[in-house]
Design a protein. Structure first.
Length: 69
C-alpha cells in the first residue's frame, strides 16, 4: 500500500467515525469536541484544514437537517 493510499484510507475512516459520532451529539461544539482526538487521522491530507473550518458544521447540519425540517 502506498503512502497516498494509506492517507486516503485514514481520511475515509475519520469520516466513517464522524458519521456515527454526529448521531450522539446535540451541538456542533459537542461534535467537534468528540472528534478532536481523531483529527490525527487527517494528517498528510488537505482535509484537516477543511474539517476545522467548515467540515464539522457541514456534517452536523447535514445530519440534523433531516430531523429539523
Amino acid at each position: 500500500m502506498g503512502m497516498s493510499s494509506y492517507i486516503l484510507d485514514r481520511v475515509d475512516q475519520f469520516y466513517d467515525i464522524a458519521c456515527e459520532k454526529v448521531k450522539e451529539c446535540e451541538s456542533i461544539e459537542e461534535f467537534m469536541f468528540a472528534m478532536k482526538g481523531k483529527e490525527h487521522m487527517l494528517l498528510g491530507s488537505s482535509e484537516l484544514e477543511y474539517i476545522q473550518t467548515d467540515g464539522y458544521a457541514e456534517i452536523f447540519n447535514d445530519f440534523w437537517s433531516k430531523y429539523n425540517g
